[in-house]
Ligand binder design. Structure first.
Ligand code: NAP
Length: 301
């Protein structure tokens, strides 16, 4: 009975005026966004609900028209829609344009507008460390989708140079080329993994954006302990992976006494930024954090 009452208390009250938010993807069942967003919505007492919608790649345009027709207020996007949605938008923010991917939509009179809150999410825990970013040269491991948000975030922080390490020379060159129309194009350099050992000792911020260390291969680290020993004093090791936490990479970095960050705060803060955009009210980030961490604990069991 007690458990039942608690569940009811946490349910949003749905009536004829309830406004819809949601996340679309394929698959979308694994998404942690509904748990985080509905916790914040319940705490704020606003008349919204946030739902997961499985939308196939070939149904994206139809789904967006349908969402507009029924008055959906805001949408998050995950794989495989983040790039595919761009031609369907009436407006895109410069940061989403630079990243080349959109994770948040809102409706305007002319159609759907899009932005990307991943860079904002990525830099939120870094800003909290209060460093002088004009002295920090980050080194980013991997050159996929998440690395793009990390590059945009590091540029936003004001880092004077940004290094990206990847395993495929052609992909690296394409990655570099894709930033040609941005103000920070000259601050970006790309390198193959064999150059990593020469660069680690000069970086104050080492970011893993590869999936190396994710479940089930949790014993793997993208960088060996011997290389991590070369990180300078006061360096930060940041892994975008949030499960497991800490990853092997962060465990090895902790042994070197450097500051470590996992990917959970990025996930929370990109969600909080989207919710702020839709609701235009202060967001209870701690409520979202608790909801996410509880969910990750449940999943980990
Ligand atoms: P992605 O687009 O597939 O990019 C992955 C990158 O890692 C690619 O550059 C890939 O290289 C490289 N890579 C893959 N396996 C590797 C290996 N064994 N050794 C070296 N490099 C390897 O994926 P993504 O969307 O960027 O996501 C990457 C990671 O970030 C995932 O773990 C994801 O969960 C995490 N992430 C976290 C958040 C958050 O909010 N915390 C947000 C987004 C992503 P190639 O291109 O050569 O294959």
């Amino acid at each position: 009975m007690v458990a039942f009452s608690i569940i009811l208390m946490n349910q949003p009250f749905i009536n004829g005026k309830t406004k819809l938010l949601g996340v679309i993807g394929d698959p979308v069942e694994h998404s942690l966004s509904p748990v985080m967003h509905n916790a914040a919505i319940a705490h704020l007492g606003v008349n919204y609900i946030y739902l997961p919608f499985p939308v196939r790649q070939d149904a994206l345009a139809t789904a967006l028209d349908g969402f507009a027709a029924i008055g959906v207020q805001g949408i998050n996007l995950t794989i495989p829609h983040k790039q595919a949605v761009i031609p369907l938008l009436s407006e895109i923010t410069p940061v989403a344009q630079a990243i080349g991917a959109v994770n948040t939509l809102w409706r305007t009179e002319t159609g759907w507008s899009g932005t990307n809150t991943d860079a904002e999410g990525f830099i939120a825990p870094l800003k909290a460390l209060n460093r002088d970013w004009s002295q920090v040269i980050p080194l980013i491991l991997g050159n996929g989708g998440a690395a793009r948000a990390v590059v945009a975030g590091c540029a936003e922080l004001g880092c004077p140079e940004i290094g990206v390490v990847g395993r495929d020379r052609q992909k690296l060159d394409k990655f570099k080329q894709s930033w040609q129309n941005t103000p920070f194009k000259d601050r970006l350099s790309v390198h193959t993994w064999d150059k990593l050992s020469e660069m680690v000792s000069n970086t104050q911020l080492l970011v893993n954006t590869t999936p190396v260390g994710m479940s089930p291969k949790i014993e793997q680290s993208p960088v060996e302990a011997a290389l991590l020993q070369q990180l300078p004093q006061g360096a930060i090791a940041y892994d975008l992976i949030y499960t497991p936490s800490p990853t092997r990479f962060l465990q090895l970095a902790q042994q070197q006494g450097v500051t470590t960050l996992d990917g959970s705060e990025m996930l929370i803060q990109q969600g909080a930024a989207a919710l702020h955009l839709w609701l235009d009210t202060p967001i209870p980030v701690e409520i979202m954090r608790q909801a996410l961490l509880d969910q990750l604990r449940i999943k980990g069991k």
